[in-house]
Design a protein around this ligand. Sequence first.
Ligand code: UD1
Ligand code: CA
Length: 482
Amino acid sequence: MTEVRAAGVAAVIVLAAGASTRMKSRTSKLLHPICGRSMLSWCLDAAVSLQPERLVVVVGQMRDQVEAHLDDIAPSAVRAFQASPLGTGHAVQCGLEALGEVTGEVVVTYGDVPMLSPRALGDLLASHRDDGNAITVLTAVVDDPTGYGRVVRRGDQVTSIVEHRDADADQLGLREINAGIYVFQADLLRAGLAQLRSDNDQGQLYLTDLVAYASDQGQRVGAFIEADAWQTQGVNDRVQLAAVNREMNRRIVRDWMLRGVTVVDPATTWIERDVALAGDVEIWPDTILRGATTVGEAAVIGPDSRLTDVEVGPRAQVVRSEAVLAVIGPDAQVGPFSYLRPGTELGAAGKVGAFVETKQARIGAGAKVPHLTYCGDAVVGESTNIGAGVIFANYDGATKSVSTVGRRSFIGSDSVLVAPVQIGDDAFVAAGSVITDDVPDGALAVARGRQAEIPGWVARRRQEGAAEPDSNSGAPSTGSEL
Ligand code: UD1
Ligand code: CA
């Protein structure tokens, strides 16, 4: 964790009232995920790191969605409402009204700048304090400043910010851009907002005009140049969303490598923010670790696997598989081509193999479900072997029921266990059985048609076929001859 240099401000106002037009989404852009968290949640994390006395989120467009999400991630945040998007200056006015009386430092951030870190915000605040500024602007020097407000300077002082669409030819050449993140002294902020006019290309109230206002009054306006330009990158469309997601992921993956995780191909490995990995974990290409997934020491995951909210024990191996809300015990093996659905618990050194689907299944230590099985609503005791093609028929079309298999038992290939059914310890079910009744401990259960042989049947059939070539082209029914 990087050190945060400064904290403790009167308020942070997070602007989140914009229309997200360029995302072309029914979902507010602030709710789109980046490495497992919403864009807004990343922004609030950074805001909260400044330890504000009060946190205000200005909502407007898609307000219902944004507020419902705030209920989940920041229930104590004050909400301000901006009925129509009249500009960033107007949005901050709305935030300030919701705050009421406030003195000291007010920080303004955006809900759509997800990579802004607590470290950068802390540095911005420290520089504001060190220089005794009335306003400090977070800026970055970029290769392509198109669309951004340009920072106009006189020495170390900022004299104005000019929006791209309002800039003249000289100003368009400036490569230092306004990130839209600021520290204001509250009294200046209030006075400046009160005199804003909308005489610009968009007819909006621009927060950026406060810079010239303060500067004209002889107040100090400084800038903190953030060297890591990603931290100032706003997300307006899905191209930027993908770019930020990839960069954030690159950093997370790199971090895990430096902490002792082997990542064979960082470019195709996706690790969400809340995932936790132990030392010597090995991750193969095309692997996606999501949600609250945890992976124990020296476990090997991938290639081609996706784990969502899964707990993987030490030394377990997961190859080409999908798992959701499952527990994979230490030394267990999963895959290739397994599908572990919610409620799966695979015991230590257990095995779930190729083309096996499990759901609400407790599979004991050392138990094996190696091939072609559906194992739903099942309890399988330790060291039991489930043969190829066994189906736990858990659903009768109306209700689901649980079937239990005891310890050290053997279920022969292609058997169907029609739930609810209980099979004891050390029991044996013959291959191809359809089990509808309980099987006691130690018993053999056979539940299938008995085999019969008819000697010479093939030769007779061939002779009949030669004599009457056109009749009886299909196979004769064995049933009629028995
Ligand atoms: C703004 C800055 C620009 C800066 C850029 C950085 C102004 C006038 N310009 O431009 O100098 O380089 O950000 O990304 O401030 N919002 C509201 N209500 C509104 C308008 C905007 O809440 O009425 C919110 C948006 O949801 C967004 C943020 O404010 O989170 C910025 O708004 P946007 O319209 O994207 O500003 P830019 O034109 O990008
Ligand atoms: Ca923007």
